[in-house]
Design a protein around this ligand. Sequence first.
Ligand code: NAP
Length: 344
Amino acid sequence: MAPVRNAKVIFNEIPTGYPEPGKTTVYDASSTIDLETVPLNGGVLVKVLYLSADPYMRGKMRDASIVSYSPAYAIGKPVYGFGVGKIVRSESEQFKAGDIVHTPLLEYAEYSIQTHLQYLDKVNPEPGLSLSVYVGALGMPGKTAYFAWKEFSKAKKGETVFVSGAAGPVGTFVLQLAKSSGLKVIGSAGTEEKVSLVKDLGADVAFNYKTTDTEEVLKSEGPIDIYWDNVGGSTLDAALGNAAFHSRFIECGMISGYNNKEGVHMKNLMNIVARRISMNGFIQSDLSSTWSTEFNRLVPKKLVSGEIKFTEDISKGLEKAGDALLEVQTGKNNGKKVVLVAED
Ligand SMILES: NC(=O)c1ccc[n+]([C@@H]2O[C@H](COP(=O)([O-])OP(=O)(O)OC[C@H]3O[C@@H](n4cnc5c(N)ncnc54)[C@H](OP(=O)(O)O)[C@@H]3O)[C@@H](O)[C@H]2O)c1
């Protein structure tokens, strides 16, 4: 068989602010691959179907000398992240051609050779759900919400939770878990459309943090017993200022600081002491061994039945991937941002 195109999205330059498609990430359609003869070194050849565009990927676009929880991308090499693909050829007994697989290490490319087979999971597609859900509500963002809510919230009926970034895949999942536990839910998001979604999903109070003062909302609707933090910065400070005694802060992400190095002046840190606040930062994989069995047993059915709702925002074509990575940073995405590379 003649070689076929293997387009890729290359990490080209470290961004100083937001990632810039065409500059810091570059779509390159010049490579080819011979699907029958390319060496696999004991691994598998995967045809890429769906790629996840996630906020944390901005943190990997850094100087490799800066240590963080996830390795930096290498300049000149493809960006990679969570994704779903189909095995074309396998040199491993664990996998065969046609298997659908999921991995956190899928290259932003049309085809990817995977040799770290310990990270490759076989997917048994849940009838009634698209494969894209395995990078969203049934994938890393859904697990983030479920695992950390179960681990840290200590939620009690009648309590009040504030969820920032409430319209994204993590936030929407959290707010539904909170509602189903009988909590009053306050959710913030950055557009009117997102605010409507947050209301439709059951939030008691939903507001646009760009046009409404978070501090004022929390003052009138709080104090808050639980804060699910997706954004950090001044929103976190407002939550600290309106926290109940013995409240729990679940520190999931701080996207307000991902694209700038300016810190914010925090006025309410002393409340951590005075109000006996517990703060738990986490990375979802830390909690997998405790919660993934329960997640896999319960959540797929809840998604199929509609008991837990999710929204997706799909960009079609690998050439759109650079824009997709930018959109999750700027808030242009409406729902889980997924890049559809190939249908099958
Ligand atoms: N700890 C973990 O293991 C883990 C795992 C997954 C995700 N996370 C974190 O969870 C958070 C949500 O992830 P997601 O996948 O659900 O993302 P997402 O909602 O799909 O996308 C990120 C959203 O952040 C909002 N945003 C951007 N800049 C902001 C700013 N300056 N202030 C406030 N909001 C801002 C935007 O929505 P608006 O239009 O509403 O501004 C954007 O759509 C992120 O911080 C992510 O890093 C953590």
